[in-house]
Ligand binder design. Structure first.
Ligand code: URP
Ligand code: ZN
Ligand code: ZN
Length: 487
C-alpha cells in the first residue's frame, strides 16, 4: 500500500478543500493497515502512517477532519449490475436513477454500472442515448453503462465498436427470455467475435430460455401457478447447460466471458473448470443467491414469494448451492458480487403475476444492502475482510475498466470512501433502513453486525450517520476503459 510523504507546503500548494480521515484501518484486497487518509478536493492525496505524520495537529491543518477510530476505511462499493428504470414484462423497475443511487449511497456504494437496453429493430446508439438521458443530472453517485443487445444484427455489431470508444466496454447478451432480449447461438457467436476484436467484455445471462419456456407453459397448464414454480421451471441443469455453451462459444471466438448472476453450483463448476484451464471466464454472483432460497422465499405462503422472483432463480437450500457459492468467492472463481438490483413494487407490479407466475416481473432490490450483507459474510467466517473489499469494490472496478480511479484507496484515486463501523448493529427493514422506491424490503429482518457510518463520493460527504447530504446530479458519467482483469 503506497504511503505518500507529504509536507504542509504540498498540501497548501494544491489549495483545494482538504479532508483528513484519522484513526481508521484502511482495507484493500492485499491487506489492512492503520492509516490516515488525506483527501484533496475530489481525490485521495496520500495515505499517512499516523505516527509518521509530518504536520502538527490535523484539526489546525486541514479544512475538515473525520474521526474514523475503531472503523474500517474502505473504497466505496462498485455495484456492476443494476437496472434502474428497467422496462420488464409490461412495467418498469420502480427505482429511478435518482432514488436508486440515493439508496446505493446509503449502503456504501459510490459507483453503479447500469444497463442500457437495445431490442430487435432499435438503433443501439439511440438506446444508449436514451439511458444517458434518464441518468444525467439525476444520480447521487457516479455511474457507467453496459449495453444490452437484444437484437444482434450487422448494424448492432458495428455500433459495438463505437460504444467501446465512448466508454461502454461491456455487452450483455441473453440466452434467456425468448422474444424479448434473447439471442440465438449464431447472434452470440457474432457478438463475441466483435468483442474479441474490440477488446470489450461479453456478459452473459446463461439460462436455456427456449427449454425454460416449455417448462413454464407446462406448469401453468397443470395449474402450478404460484411463485414457487418460477424456481422449479428454471432448473439448475438449464443454467449449467447454458453456462457451458457460453464458455464453449467464448472459447471458439477467443472472447473473454463474464457470466452474470450465477446461482447454481453446477454452473460455477463449469466456470471453475474453464478458469482452471486458463480461460478468461469470470463469474458474478449476488447476495440473494448467498442468503435466500427456493424453499423459504419463493415458497413463502400465498403470493408473498413474488417479491423474490428473479432470474436466474433462487436455488434449493437443500441442494447446498449457497455454501458452494461462498466457497467459490474464497477461491476467486466468483470474481465479483453485484446486486442485479431491479426492484418492482408488490402492489400493482409483482401482482401482475397473480394466478400466473410467468407474468411476475423479474427482479428484486439489493443496491442498498450489498456491502452490509457481504460484511456479514466476514462476521460469519465466510470470507476475509480483504476479500470483502475485493468482491465489492476492487475487482468490479478492474473488471469494468474503472481502476485505479475507483475501487481502491490509493493516492490519485477518486475519494470514494466509506467509513464502516464494525461496532454497530444494522437491522434491515422497510421501516428502518430503506431508501429504495419500493413498497417492501427484499431483505426484511436481516441483521448485520456492522454498518455504514459515512460515505464520501469524490471528496464530498454524501451520507453521515444515516443522514443524506448528497444531491441528484452530483454523480457523473464514467467513461470506462477495457477490462483489466484478464487471467
Ligand atoms: O430477474 C432479473 N435478473 N431481472 C433483471 C434482468 C436480468 O436478467 O438481469
Ligand atoms: Zn440477467
Ligand atoms: Zn440483471
Amino acid at each position: 500500500m503506497a504511503m505518500g510523504p507529504i509536507t504542509l507546503q504540498d498540501i497548501r500548494s494544491v489549495a483545494m478543500t482538504t479532508t483528513y480521515i484519522r484513526g481508521g484501518t484502511v482495507v484493500s484486497p492485499t491487506g489492512s493497515q492503520p492509516l490516515d487518509v488525506l483527501v484533496d478536493g475530489e481525490t485521495i492525496a496520500a495515505l499517512v502512517a499516523p505516527e509518521l505524520a509530518p504536520f502538527g495537529d490535523p484539526d489546525q491543518t486541514f479544512d475538515r477532519v473525520l474521526d474514523a477510530s475503531g472503523t474500517y476505511v474502505i473504497p466505496g462499493g462498485v455495484d456492476a449490475h443494476t437496472h434502474m428504470e428497467m422496462p420488464f414484462g409490461g412495467t418498469v423497475a420502480s427505482d429511478t436513477f435518482e432514488s436508486g443511487t440515493r439508496a446505493a449511497a446509503h449502503g456504501g456504494t459510490t459507483t453503479i454500472i447500469d444497463f442500457a437496453i437495445q431490442r430487435q429493430g432499435e438503433r443501439v446508439q439511440d438506446t444508449l442515448a436514451a439511458w444517458h438521458a434518464k441518468a444525467q443530472g439525476n444520480c447521487a453517485i457516479d455511474y457507467g453503462f453496459h449495453q444490452i443487445l437484444g437484437g444482434v444484427d450487422s448494424d448492432a455489431l458495428k455500433a459495438m465498436d463505437e460504444l467501446v470508444a465512448e466508454g461502454v466496454t461491456s455487452f450483455k447478451l441473453f440466452m434467456a427470455y425468448p422474444g424479448v432480449y434473447y439471442s440465438d447461438d449464431g447472434q452470440i457467436l457474432r457478438a463475441m467475435q466483435q468483442c474479441a476484436g474490440n477488446g470489450a467484455l461479453t456478459m452473459m445471462h446463461a439460462e436455456n430460455g427456449i427449454a425454460i419456456d416449455q417448462l413454464v407453459a407446462q406448469h401453468i397448464e397443470r395449474g402450478e401457478t404460484s411463485p414457487y414454480y418460477h424456481g422449479v421451471s428454471r432448473p439448475w441443469e438449464l443454467e449449467e447447460e447454458a453456462t457451458h455453451r457460453a464458455i464453449m462459444l467464448a472459447r471458439v471466438t477467443g472472447a473473454p466471458l463474464y457470466v452474470v448472476h450465477v446461482s447454481a453450483k453446477q454452473a460455477m463448476e463449469q466456470i471453475a473448470t474453464a478458469r482452471g484451464a486458463g480461460a478468461n471466464v469470470f463469474a458474478e454472483t449476488c447476495p440473494q443467491y448467498l442468503y435466500l432460497s427456493l424453499e423459504e422465499q419463493l415458497g413463502a405462503a400465498g403470493f408473498e414469494g413474488a417479491k423474490w422472483v428473479c432470474s436466474t432463480p433462487l436455488r434449493s437450500r437443500e441442494e447446498r448451492h449457497q455454501d458452494e457459492l461462498w466457497r467459490y468467492i474464497r477461491t476467486g472463481d466468483v470474481a465479483t458480487v453485484s446486486t442485479d438490483h431491479c426492484p418492482f413494487c408488490f402492489k400493482g407490479q409483482k401482482e401482475m403475476g397473480l394466478g400466473d407466475f410467468s407474468k411476475i416481473p423479474n427482479g428484486m432490490a439489493g443496491v442498498e444492502h450489498r456491502v452490509d450483507l457481504m460484511y456479514q459474510g466476514v462476521v460469519n467466517g465466510k470470507l476475509s475482510l480483504q476479500r470483502w473489499v475485493d468482491v465489492c469494490a476492487t475487482t468490479p472496478a478492474r473488471m469494468f475498466g474503472l481502476y485505479p480511479r475507483k475501487g481502491i484507496i490509493s493516492p490519485g484515486a477518486d475519494a470514494d470512501i466509506v467509513i464502516y463501523d464494525p461496532n454497530v448493529h444494522t437491522s434491515i427493514g422497510f421501516d428502518k433502513t430503506h431508501h429504495s422506491n419500493l413498497d417492501h424490503s427484499t431483505w426484511e429482518g436481516f441483521e448485520i453486525d456492522g454498518g455504514v457510518r459515512a460515505v464520501m463520493s469524490r471528496g464530498t460527504v454524501i451520507v453521515d450517520r444515516g443522514q443524506y447530504l448528497g444531491r441528484a446530479g452530483h454523480g457523473t458519467y464514467l467513461k470506462r476503459g477495457l477490462s483489466q482483469y484478464l487471467i
